[in-house]
Design a protein around this ligand. Structure first.
Ligand SMILES: Nc1ncnc2c1ncn2[C@@H]1O[C@H](COP(=O)(O)OP(=O)(O)OP(=O)(O)O)[C@@H](O)[C@H]1O
Ligand SMILES: [Mg+2]
Length: 325
């Protein structure tokens, strides 16, 4: 696989669909026609309520799930068609950090063995000493130490476990990491530490992140660009700056208005946008905008035509009939 420079597109997702058959006549459209790119060295935040398809989208992008339709291209190669050495190389370059640092680490293995699993699989250490040294270096890199190597995960706190999960991902010198809600299960006081660690590692190692979170406040600090998903579709995508300063999609506006602002004066005079109604079911969804039932701007066309994600201002994409004129 070729080397990419900072800013080059490394992952291209084109009209990706991932459907699950959940009954004789029921198709659950978890990811329905999603397109975006990821550039080398950036963090793209992927945000949306529970069940909107973030994990399915991320996992389909890294080939953990088959796709139903569309294409995912990593450095010029189709992810779902990789074979042989290319596949092995992809499995090394692309790693995942999971939400739950309790469930994702094997309780019967020592920390050293967990971290070194990828080193062993990909033959990255020639001797036992080299393997040990790599483990120690990784522990140090994530803010743990040598003494932790021979312990088991139950001896660690949630934050420390997530550091072990990060060390495991880094062990194979990846380029791209899918961070699937890596801080959601942690205490608020620990969340910033883990985000700062991920930012530091990104700078030092030139990593690219797809960073999943369920609310916009969590990704603000880390993301260069942010994508908002609603019920299997991407409704808005922009630079963090633009998205937070001028959210365009009614759903993004509602999500943002739910985040408290630390300035009491601004907070006092602010209008909250309440989201009414529940998220509709992704099973056999009707035509049209998925958000229409909860949108106060909805008109006839919203019930008939599914809006496409279009660039309404430079670097600002929105899927809403209010803007696609
Ligand atoms: N293997 C599966 N079989 C059937 N349906 C699935 C499967 N995996 C996910 N789904 C469904 O697909 C939809 C999207 O799920 P997904 O886990 O991707 O959402 P999410 O945005 O990551 O949610 P959360 O914030 O809770 O992690 C949900 O309706 C979910 O029930
Ligand atoms: Mg998820």
């Amino acid at each position: 696989m070729s080397e990419a420079k900072k800013g080059d597109v490394i992952l291209e997702v084109k009209n990706l669909k991932k459907y699950f058959k959940v009954g004789p006549n029921a198709i659950l459209k978890a990811v329905d026609d999603v397109s975006f790119v990821l550039r080398e060295g950036e963090t793209l935040g992927l945000v949306g309520e529970s069940g909107c398809g973030k994990t399915t989208c991320g996992r389909t992008c890294i080939g953990m799930y088959d796709k139903t339709d569309g294409e995912v291209i990593y450095k010029g190669q189709k992810v779902h068609e990789l074979k042989g050495r290319d596949k092995t190389n992809f499995a090394k370059e692309v790693q995942i950090i999971f939400q739950d640092p309790y469930a994702s680490l094997n309780p019967r293995m020592t920390v050293a063995d967990i971290i070194a699993e990828g080193i062993d699989i990909h033959g990255l250490a020639k001797t036992k000493e080299e393997r040990n040294q790599k483990v120690y270096d990784l522990l140090k890199l994530v803010g743990l130490n040598k003494e932790h190597a021979n312990r088991f995960v139950h001896e660690f706190s949630g934050g420390q476990r997530q550091r072990i999960g990060i060390a495991r991902a880094l062990a194979v010198e990846p380029k791209f990491i899918l961070c699937d809600e890596p801080i959601s299960a942690l205490d608020v006081s620990i969340q910033a530490q883990i985000v700062n660690l991920l930012i530091k590692l990104q700078k030092e190692m030139g990593l690219t992140y797809l960073f999943i979170a369920h609310d916009l406040s969590m990704v603000k600090h880390i993301s260069d660009r942010v994508a908002v998903m609603y019920l299997g579709s991407m409704v808005e995508l922009s630079t963090s700056e633009k998205l937070y300063a001028k959210p365009m999609h009614p759903y993004t506006q509602a999500l943002l208005s739910a985040i408290p602002i630390p300035d009491p004066e601004i907070e006092k005079n602010r209008q909250r946008i309440m989201l009414e109604g529940d998220v509709p079911s992704p099973i056999n969804p009707p035509e049209g905008c998925r958000f229409k039932a909860r949108c106060k701007h909805a008109t006839d066309i919203c019930g008939k035509v599914t809006p496409k994600l279009v660039e309404v201002e430079p670097e600002h994409f929105v899927a809403c009939h209010l803007f696609d004129k």
